[in-house]
Design a protein around this ligand. Structure first.
Ligand code: ASP
Length: 423
């Protein structure tokens, strides 16, 4: 059995186990199994993935910039990537708002009583986020996993190295070797994925409040529908149009990244898997992926924007507030900007929704209403966020002639069958 199939099995068994635990709702089982074994098993795995993110980004980005070899080209690739990330996020939220508005979700619903939501802490303004891209202390940025700052530093270092190319080839080759070592660590960690996915799903499903979902079924289903339309239709049409690649094969190859994103609900923790997927499975040159993947995980959040779009229509309808065309345009703009400022960690999309609501004067405490069903939606939208990262990365790579079609069309390429440890 391939690792991906084992992971799928873990996903299925975890879901069933979680559902049984949910129904039993037994205090001993909840304490020792759900919040004990399953929690620890999942958390250990996510910790291990997160542990590898910072070294992986640094060690792959520096030689990546070096490999592009041309600063102008770097600028062109960067601009294209950012434009695609922003453009696809805008399409995502427009789809979400249109679908939710057409179906009239929330109209005539009972107004929620005593809901509350703490909202965001005094967050950073967009200007502060932009300024923060240049860190004052790089070790602080490493320590806090500040992705934009780490990307900036690594690109800067790569550019400097490029300008004294002949003098630092050895250093770059050492960094390159470090990259290979960390990639190997990713593969070793992935070996535990089937068990970890079982634990993550078991815990998530055991914790789901089924009755909460029943109450908010309309909202829940519209978010899921918009997410599926965006990931499997819109993004695939965009991919096909720009690259002509085989969509079926593409989807098959990114499946493991989608499953990891779904299980962990964190695009950030999924970076190692996404990076490995686009490089070894899709054949994207590291020169492109080492930049676009961590960058995408940080600023590209199509799924999050979709949830925000549907939530806005839902709450506005529920409260009988007509936002009008102008209001919705403001929602699109704010949600796109918010997705740039949204950290790639679980649940943060909900916190950023405060920003959107504040812009159009919707009651922020109403977010408390949809909070109960957010975990499953968070998992699903994170998978959509990561799908967007892989699509944009492939489009940019194909456009620059840096996608190895031989690797892409080989169904087995980069598949993890067995992890070899030489001793
Ligand atoms: N969990 C999402 C991510 O990491 C962010 C969110 O929508 O809450 O991509």
């Amino acid at each position: 059995m391939t690792l991906t199939n084992k992971v799928l099995l873990g996903l299925a068994l975890g879901t069933v186990t979680g559902a049984i635990l949910n129904i039993l709702d037994h205090s001993w089982l909840n304490t020792y199994v759900v919040d004990g074994v399953l929690y620890a098993g999942g958390k250990l795995f996510v910790n291990a993935l997160k542990m590898l993110v910072v070294p992986l980004v640094i060690f792959s980005l520096i030689p990546g910039v070096f490999a592009i070899g041309d600063i102008k080209l770097l600028g062109k690739v960067g601009t294209k990537t950012v434009a695609l990330y922003i453009g696809t996020t805008a399409i995502a939220i427009i789809t979400a708002i249109s679908l939710a508005a057409a179906l009239g979700i929330g109209e005539g619903g009972a107004l929620p009583q005593d809901v509350s939501f703490a909202g965001r802490e005094a967050g950073k303004s967009t200007l502060d986020i932009l300024i923060g891209i240049v860190p004052t202390n790089i070790f602080k940025a490493f320590a806090s996993g500040d992705m934009l700052a780490i990307i900036f530093f690594s690109i800067f270092l790569g550019i400097a190295a490029l300008s004294i190319k002949d003098e630092c080839e050895e250093t770059i080759s050492i960094i390159e070797q470090m990259n290979k070592i960390v990639m190997k660590m990713v593969e070793l960690v992935m070996w535990f994925a089937p068990y970890a996915v079982f634990c993550l799903l078991g815990k998530a499903i055991a914790d789901v409040g089924i009755e909460l979902i029943a109450d908010l079924l309309g909202y829940f289903l519209v978010v899921i529908a918009a997410l599926l339309i965006h990931a499997f239709f819109t993004m695939m049409v965009i991919l096909k149009t720009f690259t002509g690649l085989n969509v079926g094969l593409f989807l098959k190859k990114i499946r493991s990244a989608q499953i990891f994103a779904f299980s962990t609900a964190s695009s950030g923790a999924t970076i190692p898997v996404t990076l490995r997927t686009v490089q070894s499975r899709l054949g994207v040159d590291r020169a492109i992926s080492s930049f676009s993947v961590p960058f995408g995980a940080t600023i590209n959040m199509d799924g999050t924007a979709i949830m925000q779009g549907v939530a806005t229509v839902f709450i506005a309808n529920l409260y009988g507030i007509d936002l009008g065309m102008q209001g919705y345009l403001l929602v699109v703009l704010t949600a796109v900007l918010a997705s740039i400022g949204t950290a790639a960690v679980p649940s943060v999309g909900l916190v950023m929704l405060t920003l959107v609501f504040e812009q159009v004067n919707l009651p922020v405490e109403a977010i408390g209403l949809i909070m109960g069903v957010d975990r499953l939606l968070d998992m699903t939208r994170t998978a959509v966020n990561v799908t967007g990262d892989t699509v944009v990365t492939s489009i940019v790579a194909k456009g620059e002639g840096r996608l190895d079609e031989a690797v892409f069309s080989d169904p087995e390429a980069g598949q993890l069958e067995e992890v070899h440890i030489n001793n």
